[in-house]
Design a protein. Structure first.
Length: 63
């Protein structure tokens, strides 16, 4: 009887751990996609414009 209880507890624990890590992985995937969109928002062209505008505001020659 104790062996069956131990086996069931192990199965339940494994199921809980699996759900926990699946949720963590899903959250990590969502964050990764959000970060990718953030990086795409700052494309090279936009950064050039941003650096020129910043240089103009600071009265500097842009690179």
């Amino acid at each position: 009887m104790a062996e069956i209880f131990g086996w069931l507890a192990g199965v339940a624990e494994t199921g809980l751990a699996k759900r926990f890590f699946e949720a963590k992985a899903a959250n990590a995937r969502r964050k990764c996609v959000q970060d990718l969109y953030t990086l795409q928002a700052f494309s090279t062209r936009q950064l050039r414009v941003l650096s020129k505008n910043t240089a103009a505001m600071l009265n500097l020659n842009p690179l």
